[in-house]
Ligand binder design. Structure first.
Ligand code: NAD
Ligand code: MG
Length: 286
């Protein structure tokens, strides 16, 4: 696994693209080894084109799952690269571009995923947005606030509501939370609040869906090297990204994906629901 790679200063515009990043993130392309933990399962991964979502898609495919990816239309290049890895494993990959801030689009993504894969067993609510290039709460524009809350919360609701119509006993929902739910950065005030809300929703949904045999959990990553970072952090913060963790470095998407596999699989997590699993490089998630 990568050893504290140096991140040269770099900037992109949101949503960011993988091939413009230096160094290229590790999504487990050459390292992840599966063992049929998700054999025959059908998974929808929102934001599955890049970053953590791409690593999850690759790991799920190696574990024997068919995968549907949702992403923004301008991310077609990244999405096709992820699809190649999934299809290279002999698994089906459905590509579902669309802006999840739009309710019919968000619901449509879940319905299309179920239609193309023949159902949904695992839903990964991974799509997310933040903006850290600001100094004070006074700088948070209504437009940015709307983008953060719509992407991180409204879309999660809409996709989950629609997906539940296609999920049954043995289903698993995994939400992507963040260390920001526990240790919020002032520059990410609004984003951190949505992640705290996602933890709350995770516990509550687990309570409602447990009787239907559907488990609901979250993963809370620490600093992970994905397009979201050069696309939303101030340039001067990139070089030291992740060095404030006990492990002293940022994580790679490949180091987060196994947590999603663990929570998705009935062979490893059949009695795990309503929990948040930290993958933070040592920062506490309590
Ligand atoms: P990423 O940029 O690779 O993935 C985020 C994805 O969200 C994008 O690829 C995009 O497809 C999707 N997305 C954003 N807005 C969308 C919209 N309106 N409609 C449809 N899709 C949209 O970055 P990532 O870091 O892998 O992010 C994945 C998740 O991980 C996010 O929820 C993020 O909050 C969370 N997370 C990331 C870190 C980190 O340090 N990278 C830490 C904690 C949590
Ligand atoms: Mg992307």
């Amino acid at each position: 696994m990568s050893q504290n790679p140096a991140f040269p200063p770099q900037q992109q515009n949101p949503p960011g693209a993988t091939d413009q990043m230096v160094p290229t993130p590790d999504h487990g392309e050459t390292s992840y080894v599966g063992s049929e933990k998700l054999l025959g399962r059908k998974a929808l991964v929102t934001g599955g084109d890049s970053g953590i979502g791409r690593a999850v898609a690759i790991a799920f495919a190696r574990e024997g799952a068919d995968v549907a990816l949702s992403y923004l239309p301008e991310e077609e290049h990244d999405a096709r690269a992820t699809a190649e890895w999934v299809r290279g494993e002999g698994r089906q990959c459905a590509l579902l571009p669309g802006d999840l801030r739009d309710e019919p689009t968000a619901r449509g993504v879940a319905h299309r995923a179920a239609g193309e894969l023949g159902g949904i067993d695992v839903l990964v609510n991974n799509a997310g947005y933040q903006m850290a290039r600001r100094k004070s709460v006074a700088d948070v524009t209504t437009e940015e606030l709307d983008r953060v809350v719509k992407t991180n919360l409204y879309a999660l609701f809409w996709v989950t509501q629609a997906a539940l119509g296609h999920m049954g006993e043995g289903g698993s929902i995994i939400n992507n939370s963040s260390i920001q739910a526990y240790q919020p950065s002032t520059s990410l005030l609004d984003y951190a609040a949505t992640k705290a809300a996602i933890n709350n929703i995770t516990v509550n949904l687990a309570a409602e869906l447990g009787p239907r045999g559907i488990r609901v959990n979250a993963v809370a990553p620490g600093p992970i090297w994905t397009p979201l970072q050069p696309a939303t952090q101030p340039e001067e913060k990139i070089e030291s990204f992740g060095t404030d963790t006990p492990l002293g470095r940022a994580g790679q998407p490949a180091e987060v994906a196994p947590a999603f596999v663990f929570l998705a699989s009935p062979t490893t997590a059949s009695y795990v629901s309503g929990t948040v699993l930290g993958v933070t490089g040592g920062k506490p998630v309590f």
